[in-house]
Design a protein around this ligand. Structure first.
Ligand code: SF4
Length: 252
């Protein structure tokens, strides 16, 4: 069976693999993948070396996972890159990882959560879903992602009602998803659950797009205003440094 996995990196100090899927059902112009198809935490020599070697078979993927458990004592797998939910193999992948007693974090835009995936997540004790909320404005959502927001919000409710552990993430984009918008997102999330968590990331600007990186003050402002409604975090402040190596594509 083929997967849509094209790239895997490993964070040695965190004992965590980052599994990257190829392809997305959204078209966000600020998508970091427009800068590089590879994990941007890799050093420049490694980025220059990497060449696409195709998408992994299920057997090839599971062999890499087994090797990383034995060699590095891997404990966690993050499923992300572009959009994992467009891979029909995703429920099997999650079950295989869970059977190996690994913690699983699924990063998704939550546009497509089919019944098999929902059921798999519901039965997985060590799974967490991180849902990226692009904007709550329906017009901006369809303009920039190419898809309506309603399925995303419906799927957020389905996941929460099923008891799946969910946290949320949004990108602070001055002029598009700015401090006021992020406060509105936090206010909305607080209506869904009393203990919602929102990660706020500053935009990494993409050349050719009109949006700039927010200032530190704007990020602090967004965090304190959202923090009135939900627990807030920022990858930029919480991220621990770690050595990062490539598990796939393999060196030739
Ligand atoms: S949903 Fe994520 S991966 Fe897909 S285009 Fe938007 S930012 Fe990129």
């Amino acid at each position: 069976m083929r997967t849509r996995i094209s790239h895997i990196t490993y964070y040695v100090d965190l004992r965590s693999a980052y599994v990257q899927f190829l392809g997305c059902n959204f078209t966000c112009p600020w998508c970091i993948r427009r800068l590089t198809p590879w994990d941007h935490h890799l050093d420049s020599n490694e980025l220059a070396r990497l060449r696409f070697q195709g998408m992994l078979s299920m057997d090839g993927f599971l062999q890499i996972i087994s090797d990383a458990i034995v060699k590095y004592g891997m404990e966690e797998v993050v499923l992300g890159g572009e959009e994992p939910t467009i891979d029909p193999a995703l429920p099997i992948i999650i079950r295989e990882l869970s059977n190996r007693r690994l913690r699983v974090r699924l990063l998704t835009n939550a546009y497509e959560i089919n019944d098999e995936l929902l059921s798999t997540l519901r039965q997985c004790n060590d799974c967490e879903v991180v849902i990226g909320i692009k904007t709550l404005d329906p017009n901006k959502h369809i303009k920039y992602t190419g898809k309506p927001i309603e399925p995303v919000l419906n799927n957020v409710k389905r996941l929460l009602e099923s008891g799946v552990r969910v946290i949320f993430e949004t990108v602070l984009i001055p002029g598009l998803n700015d401090v006021n918008d992020i406060e509105a997102i936090a206010k909305y999330l607080a209506t869904l659950s009393r203990d919602s968590i929102l990660i706020i990331d500053p935009l990494i600007p993409i050349p050719g797009t009109p949006w700039r990186r927010p200032t530190r003050e704007e990020l602090s402002d967004a965090m304190s205003r959202a923090g009135k409604y939900v627990r807030v975090m920022s990858h930029e402040r919480l991220g621990r440094p770690s050595e990062v190596i490539t598990l796939y594509p393999r060196p030739r």
